[in-house]
Design a protein around this ligand. Structure first.
Ligand code: ATP
Ligand code: MG
Length: 334
């Protein structure tokens, strides 16, 4: 067995069940949010949890930051048991959730951040310097004196992220840090994350996201999670390599109408998605062997449609997700 003290995070067969009380009927039901999750995040690693809404990402983070009890299995953070030794974990970690609104609206951004720095016992001068430095990195140096309540949602979120980095925690948990941020703000946050990891090679980040590109771009390793279970865990490159023997084709055709469904049944197609818009149809398919393409094209012709465009492309994490989960992450997230 792996020694928990050698790892930043270690979970073994971790499970979490929410008990739901149906007050109308007086019955109790249960929802399994995590089931048999075994993961290891190494020191110095930027680890991503990728999964659709309801996959269990936030539940896992809440357990790891000692806010929620596991129902079964074990979890260790910085070598300590999350439940028995929560007090030893708390000073070593920090957490930011993308959707949360924390801080006191009446305080300025600088006052809010300073207050958090004092909760963590940071030296006054060092805290003030660090606040300025981080706020500059996220392009908010001019907002230090703004009241937090006057910030837009996105700016408040950036302030929260700064709060996470302020204490230079041993392990930082970021739950959907770029959710809802504009492209530029998303870039700034990713730069901040990368820069911080470079400066502190021994620190670790566990980040959740349902943005494939973000996970691919940022993470050393990724666990793909769906319905409370880890389906795959590896580096982005290795995850994509698992699909390399399969060919991924993108086809555009004149409208197929009802007949599109016939394509799903063509032999050799592993995964198939179809969207119709603006007078043409788009088909994405993972083919087990390239010669299945002939069957696809003849089926399109038999349906009375024409092929307008055909391209083959490299596997993305989205394809890996479709391969594992059977639906696209964007569908799953809607
Ligand atoms: N407090 C709660 N009580 C009951 N069920 C809950 C509670 N919190 C989460 N769940 C359920 O547990 C499952 C996992 O939820 P969780 O919030 O961990 O998912 P998530 O991956 O973070 O999703 P999202 O991408 O939407 O944030 C879902 O089915 C959810 O409805
Ligand atoms: Mg969540």
């Amino acid at each position: 067995m792996t020694n928990p003290t050698d790892t930043a995070i270690l979970t073994e067969n971790l499970g979490r069940i929410y008990k739901l009380r149906n007050t109308k009927k007086g019955e109790n039901t249960e929802r399994v949010a995590l089931e048999g999750v075994s993961l290891q995040v190494n020191r110095g690693e930027l680890f991503g949890l990728l999964g659709p809404n309801g996959a269990g990402k936030s539940t896992l983070i809440k357990i790891l930051v000692t806010l929620l009890a596991p129902s079964s299995g074990k979890a260790f953070v910085a070598g300590h048991d999350v439940w028995a030794e929560a007090q030893a974990i708390r000073p070593k970690i920090n957490m930011v959730s993308g959707g949360e609104s924390v801080g006191y609206g009446l305080l300025t951004v600088e006052e809010n951040l300073w207050m958090f720095s004092q909760f963590y016992g940071l030296d006054n001068g060092a805290a003030r310097r660090r606040i300025k430095e981080l706020m500059t990195q996220v392009g908010m140096a001019d907002r230090l004196k703004s009241k937090s309540s006057d910030l837009s949602t996105g700016l408040r979120q950036k302030m929260n992220i700064v709060r996470g980095f302020l204490t230079d925690p041993e392990i930082l948990f970021l739950d959907e840090p770029t959710l809802g941020l504009d492209v530029n703000a998303g870039l700034q946050i990713r730069e901040l994350v990368r820069g911080w990891m470079k400066q502190h090679p021994e620190r670790s980040i566990l980040l959740t996201t349902h943005y494939m590109m973000e996970a691919d771009d940022l993470c050393d390793r990724i666990a793909i999670i769906d319905q409370g279970k880890v389906l795959a865990c590896d580096t982005p490159t290795n995850l994509k390599r698992t699909l390399q023997k399969d060919a991924i084709f993108h086809l555009q055709t004149t409208p197929l109408g009802e007949k599109a469904q016939q394509l799903a049944g063509v032999s050799g197609i592993h995964k198939f998605t179809h969207t119709a818009q603006d007078g043409s149809d788009t088909l994405e398919m993972i083919l087990q062997a390239e010669d299945a393409l002939g069957n696809v094209i003849s089926t399109i012709n038999q349906a009375g449609a024409q092929l307008l465009n055909l391209s083959k492309r490299e596997a993305t994490l989205e394809d890996v997700f479709i391969h594992l989960v059977g639906r696209s992450l964007s569908d799953a997230t809607q």
